[in-house]
Design a protein around this ligand. Structure first.
Ligand code: ARG
Length: 276
């Protein structure tokens, strides 16, 4: 049975559409198997202070995570990094970050290299096979970044165009599902360079990150197609079965959603990097 929480209700109110997994996948809800296994509903006391909560990320995804001279956690900054820091603090711990390739995050969870992954990571059925996901904290969608003079106006228009995606991102899954050929890059900035240099026609990537890239580069625009790209939810992943940590993370996220912190951080980091 799914546990109804205040945060889930708050989130539901903000979601205008039924949330689907990536590109028109099956209707989906965050992993709730952990709830079913919970024996006690009592919040565990905060662990001894000084303990470290290690978050894995891929700091190539502004405004969620990026490297800067002085970030909220070491050199790492962004919405996710600020959320990670607050989650650790709420549980009497110190947040640490391990930066790695996006594709490596779930493996790093599995082998215990990190405690949790926070990386603008979309909850998908496939990923739920590999990890348990927290209460979602952000809703996004895939969009298309094109040159300002492009004739691309909808997803169907990219069928015969040169498409760039980022390896392992849901954008790659979407384009693959559409059956279009594409080239995958390691980093969002690499794909954007191809576009700027006229070597590709369209980059498919998450909405907030697309906005950041379009703000940073002259001559680009965003094309949306809600009928082709369904909404996605970002959540924090923990190792499968790590119910204890998942419960703590969920409690913290729900508080951060309820008191408006997540919304404030979203607005702050979107503005902060837009005027840079
Ligand atoms: N939301 C997309 C996904 O889950 C892209 C996430 C990329 N995140 C990152 N930190 N590089 O696949």
């Amino acid at each position: 049975m799914k546990k109804t929480t205040k945060a889930a209700l708050a989130l539901a109110m903000t979601l205008m559409t039924v949330v689907l997994t990536a590109c028109g996948g099956s209707a989906d809800t965050p992993n709730d198997s952990a709830d079913a296994e919970t024996v006690s509903q009592n919040a565990a006391p905060a662990p001894a202070s000084g303990a470290t909560l290690t978050f894995g990320t891929n700091a190539e995804f502004p405004p969620f995570e990026y490297v800067t001279s002085s970030g909220v956690i070491d050199q790492y900054d962004g919405i996710d990094m600020a959320i990670a820091k607050k989650i650790a603090e709420k549980n009497g711990m110190t947040a640490a970050v391990e930066n790695m390739e996006f594709d490596s995050l779930l493996v790093a969870l599995e082998n215990g290299q990190i405690d949790a992954a926070i990386a603008g990571m979309t909850v998908t059925d496939e990923r739920k096979e590999e990890a348990d996901f927290s209460t979602p904290y952000y809703t996004a969608t895939q969009v298309m970044i094109v040159k300002e003079d492009s004739d691309i106006a909808a997803a169907a228009d990219i069928a015969d165009k040169k498409i760039c995606v980022i390896q392992g991102y849901t954008g790659e899954i979407c384009v693959k599902d559409m059956g279009y050929p594409y080239e995958a890059f390691k980093k969002g900035t690499d794909a954007i360079m191809e576009l700027v240099n006229g070597k590709c026609d369209v980059v498919v990537i998450d909405s907030a990150t697309a906005q950041k890239y379009v703000g940073d580069n002259e001559g680009l625009k965003i094309v949306e197609d809600a009928s082709a790209f369904e909404s996605e939810e970002y959540a924090i992943a923990v190792k499968k079965g790590n119910t204890e940590l998942l419960e703590k993370i969920n409690k913290s996220i729900e508080e951060l959603l309820d008191d408006g912190t997540v919304a404030d951080l979203g607005a702050m980091y979107t503005e902060a990097i837009a005027v840079e």
